[in-house]
Design a protein around this ligand. Structure first.
Ligand SMILES: O=C(O)C1=C[C@@H](OP(=O)(O)O)[C@@H](O)[C@H](O)C1
Ligand SMILES: C=C(OP(=O)(O)O)C(=O)O
Length: 434
């Protein structure tokens, strides 16, 4: 993979294809963005080389690889199916492009602090508005030099002196679990490790924090997560290892939704029996919508009836599933309430506002609440659906377009953030590829 070009692709308008028949497909999903980001960060901080099997080729991983390379890590991406990472001392000066990737902007500053020299972080225009302040404050509390050109967020410069003392730090991670994950991932390198305490409204995305803890332990770190809202990582050297990246279960959402909505069947091969990916919650959500599921050695099979029941659900553990779930709710027969997702206002775009605005433009009836969305059934019509550079808004629009003719996405190329092949895979699912 050529990792040198980290720019967002040019916008590409796209008319979502309508499903003329029930779908009947097996959809192999590329690797999990979240596992990739963690594996890359951990390998760069390890002693000895590592390999990543079934790596995800997408903008977020290109950004992460390019960033690690800019800090001195050797990453070999010549073999599409197996990437190799040779850790080297991390050092500046370096300019890091975070794009719109939360994992890059939240996971790398703590790691950069363990290196030497000035490492500057910036990203796409909207990335400058994504929450960062609690993480920057925590780094400052740990004695790290942070020059805040952007005030509360990007751009900023972390200047490392080759060591971080570490110790206890308290922060409010209610706006993003990634603040905690970022600190934990770098903490084995800190002289005293770290004790992170969260104080504030609940931390979202619990499975993602568990994924961080699981992967740290797999790399050899000692982590204590037995106390509520407290995470402790002991200092110690991580060891290089072979990582196998699971398929991205959150990116399965639109393909599984297509089975529900068209009364068809979708199989996702390689769906793990046990995983920390929040996308695994789809198994419960799809049943609540009225689908039938089976998890076997063949993968996850989802069968739909074409009729959708509205749901009332707390999505705080799996906020990234919201756009596709909201799209299904907009096509359901009864009202839905999505709760526990106020933090989505700080995602790729303000997803609560964006979903309400775009679904309502198509004739929908969506209202924002303090912490989510209320969605009432309406007959939708075609029209322009703005995707706000957000891969999951594009997926939501494609799902609505399955049964609503003439839904046109302002841009489908933004799906390259985590699934560059999305338009092609969608055509294959529907048998509309030319
Ligand atoms: O750590 C991760 O890989 C992620 C954590 C979550 O972030 P938030 O807690 O900010 O929602 C999730 O939404 C994001 O897609 C990926
Ligand atoms: C919120 C998301 O991404 P990020 O890692 O950029 O926060 C997402 O993929 O839905």
């Amino acid at each position: 993979m050529d990792v040198t070009d980290t720019r967002a692709p040019a916008a590409q308008r796209w008319r979502a294809p309508v499903a003329s028949d029930p779908v009947n497909a097996s959809v192999a999903l590329p690797g999990s963005k979240s596992m990739m980001s963690r594996a890359l960060v951990l390998t760069a901080a390890s002693v000895g080389a590592s390999s990543l099997a079934s790596p995800l080729h997408a903008r977020d991983t290109r950004l992460m690889v390019a960033a690690l390379q800019a800090m001195g890590t050797r990453v070999v991406t010549a073999d599409d199916a197996l990437w190799l990472v040779h850790p080297r001392p991390l050092r500046g000066p370096a300019q890091i492009d975070c794009g719109l990737a939360g994992t890059v902007m939240r996971f790398l500053p703590p790691l950069a602090a363990t290196g030497t020299g000035a490492i500057t972080f910036d990203g796409d225009p909207h990335a400058r508005t994504r929450p960062m302040a609690p993480l920057l404050g925590a780094l400052e509390d740990l004695g790290v030099s942070v020059e805040r050109d952007g005030g509360q967020g990007l751009p900023f410069t972390v200047t490392g002196v080759g060591r971080v003392t570490g110790g206890e730090v308290t922060l409010d991670a209610s706006r993003s679990s990634q603040f905690i994950s970022g600190l934990l991932l770098a903490a084995p390198e800190f002289d005293r490790g770290i004790v992170v305490r969260h104080e504030g409204p609940p931390v979202p995305s619990a499975p993602h924090v568990r994924m961080t803890v699981d992967m740290l332990r797999a790399a050899g770190a000692a982590v204590d997560d037995s106390r509520r809202d407290v995470w402790e990582v002991e200092p110690g050297r991580l060891t290089g290892r072979a990582w196998h990246i699971e398929p991205d279960l959150s990116n399965a959402a639109p393909f599984l939704a297509a089975a529900l909505l068209t009364g068809g069947t979708t199989v996702v091969p390689g769906w793990p029996y046990h995983t920390s990916q929040p996308g695994d919650l789809l198994r419960d959500v799809l049943v609540e919508f009225g689908g039938r599921i089976a998890l076997t050695d063949e993968g996850l099979t989802v069968r739909g009836t074409g009729r959708i029941k509205g749901i009332d659900i707390d999505l705080s553990e799996a906020g990234e599933l919201t756009p596709v779930i909201a799209a299904v709710c907009a096509l359901a027969e009864t009202p839905s309430t999505l709760r526990g997702i106020a933090h989505l206002r700080g995602h790729e775009t303000d997803r609560l506002a964006a979903l309400a605005a775009e679904i309502n433009k198509l004739g929908g009836d969506v209202t924002e609440t303090d912490d989510g969305l209320r969605i009432r059934p309406r007959t939708l019509r075609g029209g322009l659906f703005d995707t706000y550079d957000d891969h999951r808004m594009a997926q939501a629009a494609a799902v609505i377009g399955l049964s609503v003719p003439d839904v046109e996405l302002s841009d489908v190329a933004c799906t390259s953030k985590t699934l560059p092949d999305f338009p092609h895979m969608w055509d294959e699912l529907l048998g509309t590829s030319s």
